[in-house]
Design a protein around this ligand. Structure first.
Ligand SMILES: [Fe+2]
Length: 218
């Protein structure tokens, strides 16, 4: 756990150097991934894993040059190559902490697709577990609904249609999509600054340390 908190501190330090929307985005996908998991899994540990994996999924972007990260227009082929390295960089950053192996593996799979067309490793089908599938859907939904410096966010309904199209093409998981669709139908809103660590940590001192770190990034 000490390693975990240290890793989060590193994350905060590095994220502080980046644009603020990356931080807001990471909090949003973390909350959404956790809330989808809460609909699909029984174990609170799964909610926790999804929350952390969501929070750190784009950590590898800290290695992406800012001019590529914030380029308003279409990326060139070589820029896209550099941009796409962020997923495997997330794994490289995190996998050196043995306690974070599980989070690192899930987090780094958020751009993989079930038909093998994703990156960084082109995994497909059964190679992608339900946790990774949840993160993939949560990533698309969060990214497209949020405003970015270079474009306005789309409506929930429009984004759900896009995700449905990806499900039809065999790229995103249909069960996760249906759970998300139901959540949105019932008025679900991503709570961007909600921090729910308290319920996962028995040790309040550790919990407070994590809260302090998260307060700085939210
Ligand atoms: Fe990403």
């Amino acid at each position: 756990m000490e390693q975990f908190i240290e890793a989060l501190k590193t994350l905060v330090l590095l994220v502080d150097l980046q644009s603020s929307f990356t931080v807001r985005y990471s909090s949003s996908i973390a909350a959404l991934a956790r809330d989808i998991a809460a609909e699909m899994f029984e174990s609170r540990f799964d909610f926790f894993v999804m929350y952390i994996a969501g929070f750190i999924h784009d950590l590898g972007k800290l290695k992406t040059p800012v001019e590529i990260l914030h380029k308003p227009g279409k990326l060139t082929r070589s820029e896209r190559y550099v941009m796409n390295l962020h997923a495997s960089n997330t794994f490289k950053f995190l996998s050196k902490y043995s306690n974070l192996d599980e989070f690192a593996a899930i987090a780094s799979l958020h751009h993989e697709r079930l038909d093998g067309s994703g990156y960084p490793w082109g995994l497909k089908g059964n190679e992608l577990g339900m946790r990774a599938r949840i993160l993939q859907v949560a990533d698309v939904f969060t990214a497209l609904t949020e405003n970015r410096p270079y474009r306005k966010g789309m409506s929930n309904e429009d984004v759900l249609r896009i995700i449905e199209g990806e499900v039809d093409k065999g790229r995103l998981d249909g069960d996760v999509y249906r759970v998300l669709k139901e959540m949105v139908k019932n008025g679900y809103r991503i709570s961007k600054d909600e921090v729910v660590f308290a319920e996962f940590f028995g040790d309040m001192e550790e919990c407070e340390a994590v809260r302090k770190v998260l307060k700085r990034v939210s």
